[in-house]
Design a protein around this ligand. Structure first.
Ligand SMILES: *[C@@H]1O[C@H](CO)[C@@H](O)[C@H](O)[C@H]1NC(C)=O
Ligand SMILES: *[C@@H]1O[C@H](CO)[C@@H](O)[C@H](O)[C@H]1NC(C)=O
Ligand SMILES: *[C@@H]1O[C@H](CO)[C@@H](O)[C@H](O)[C@H]1NC(C)=O
Ligand SMILES: *[C@@H]1O[C@H](CO)[C@@H](O)[C@H](O)[C@H]1NC(C)=O
Length: 429
């Protein structure tokens, strides 16, 4: 009996392994062509966090764009239900999408397109609307695509996981923030805008361009001429940036810009990111990590074997059930070796979705990726697509990472770490 259940379990795992992820459009092997770019020189870094200052900061980037906007984002959720399905009908009316959408980045992007800014959006294709199921209905991305944005979906790897925006070629934002109301207004999230250093922004532009060139044009359906008139209406709409929400007892962050001579490294995942990050962690003597989740993977062993001074703060809640299970296993494993797992305050943010860690209280890493195999895969850095090799295929995400060495920046991240840590609770102790 026991033998049989083990056999069944093994079979179930084998079946699960050989299943492609739905929404995976990778179609050729990815060979990790990108090397990290490091500078030691003048740069300007603006730090911002949800729920306090992210919506203002990211919307203002779009409002101030003069020539180009490049966005890489997993998805774009309407704030008024225009990217949801009701009774099998997806989206909402074209007129509602234009006049009632409250996501200010949608409003600002539409204005940018209509004042002649070249807007490109790269995203995942989780759901392609078609005219059978969606007669006359629309969602934010399809609206922007028809209004003149260039939109493509990602095929380089399994999923695009970075939350990225570049404006006019010279300012890049890298963050944990999904385009959803929860991410901006209800979660803890962390982002930076990097500017004033072309080596750094050229790197993110190059990665974006690489993925853009492999992308596939966003499919759009046909709308009536009266709907098309609404979509092509060039009258600027008013951009309504909501005031920051207040969470009783929370630590409230502010926006800070540090312009200094500093050491900064930008790199992308997968592209040997695991090697870089794990080597730096091993070489450090203190590690403070404030991250959404650590899933059961080599990350768990790396942290379990860490010999320095270690503090771990992770999200109280995890959205995805499989991720939650995997993270729980990891936390149990770590606690067995005497490591305290601290979770963020209950009844405060919906998720604590930021991803950053501080080495020796000096070096800050900020990432769009979590600690796990999909964002930081180890082993071979060659990633065949599922079509080419189901057995060698791995679910792998594109992410951006930035390593910052500057005392003023370190203080900002340390202060937030201490504040949110103090408000949290020991999950395993
Ligand atoms: C992958 O490329 C092949 C050959 O070009 C094509 O037939 C197939 O439809 C593509 N698959 C996807 C998922 O795009
Ligand atoms: C962020 O967005 C991605 C893609 O849309 C989704 O899979 C993930 O669950 C979101 N995470 C959170 C915490 O909202
Ligand atoms: C259109 O979308 C519906 C789901 O809403 C799906 O069942 C159907 O197969 C799709 N048709 C085409 C041609 O993709
Ligand atoms: C230390 O690393 C080894 C493998 O390298 C692993 O098997 C072990 O579980 C790790 N220890 C802890 C406590 O995580």
């Amino acid at each position: 009996m026991r033998f049989l259940s083990i056999l069944l379990l093994a079979f179930a795992i084998a079946v699960a392994r050989s299943q492609d992820a739905s929404g995976d459009f990778q179609n050729q092997t990815y060979n990790s062509p990108f090397q990290p770019v490091s500078i030691s020189g003048k740069a300007s870094i603006t730090t911002y966090f949800s729920p306090d200052t992210s919506i203002q900061t990211e919307t203002n980037m779009i409002i101030n764009a003069k020539q180009t906007i490049d966005i890489g984002i997993p998805g774009m959720d309407s704030w008024v239900g225009c990217s949801d399905s009701y009774n099998g009908v997806y989206g909402c009316s074209v007129s509602k999408q234009r006049s009632q959408e409250t996501f200010p980045i949608f409003q600002a992007l539409l204005n940018a397109i209509h004042r002649g800014v070249e807007v490109r959006i790269l995203t995942n294709n989780y759901y392609t609307p078609n005219s059978t199921c969606t007669s006359g209905q629309i969602d934010p991305i399809s609206f922007l695509a028809l209004a003149g944005a260039k939109v493509r979906y990602f095929t380089t790897l399994t999923f695009l996981h970075s939350k990225y925006c570049n404006v006019d070629g010279t300012s890049s934002s890298i963050s944990s923030i999904n385009y959803s109301q929860t991410s901006f207004m209800k979660n803890r999230e962390a982002g930076v805008i990097v500017t004033g250093n072309t080596q750094l922004t050229d790197f993110t532009n190059t990665v974006f361009e690489y993925d853009w060139n492999l992308g596939i044009d966003w499919p759009t359906i046909t709308y009536s001429s009266s709907d098309m008139k609404i979509i092509n209406d060039k009258t600027q709409i008013s951009v309504q940036i909501p005031s920051p929400p207040s969470f009783s007892g929370s630590y409230v962050t502010t926006v800070n810009t540090v312009s200094d001579k500093m050491k900064v490294t930008v790199f992308t995942s997968p592209d040997n990111a695991w090697d870089q990050v794990s080597a730096d962690i091993k070489a450090s003597s203190s590690l403070k990590v404030y991250i959404y989740q650590i899933t059961n993977s080599d990350w768990c062993d790396l942290i379990g074997n860490y010999t320095g001074d270690l503090s771990i703060l992770v999200s109280n809640e995890i959205y995805d059930y499989a991720d939650w299970q995997s993270a729980s296993e990891c936390y149990k494993h770590l606690s067995k070796s005497g490591i305290t797992i601290r979770k963020t305050a209950k009844n405060m943010y919906t998720y604590s979705h930021q991803k950053y860690w501080i080495l020796d209280d000096e070096v800050v890493y900020l990432s769009t990726g979590n600690w796990g195999n999909t964002d930081f895969p180890d082993g071979s850095q060659t990633f065949p697509s599922y079509n080419e090799s189901p057995s060698e295929w791995r679910k792998t995400n594109r992410d951006f990472n930035i390593k910052m060495e500057d005392p003023k920046l370190a203080t900002i991240y340390l202060d937030l770490f201490k504040a949110d840590y103090q408000r949290g609770y020991d999950y395993y102790n």
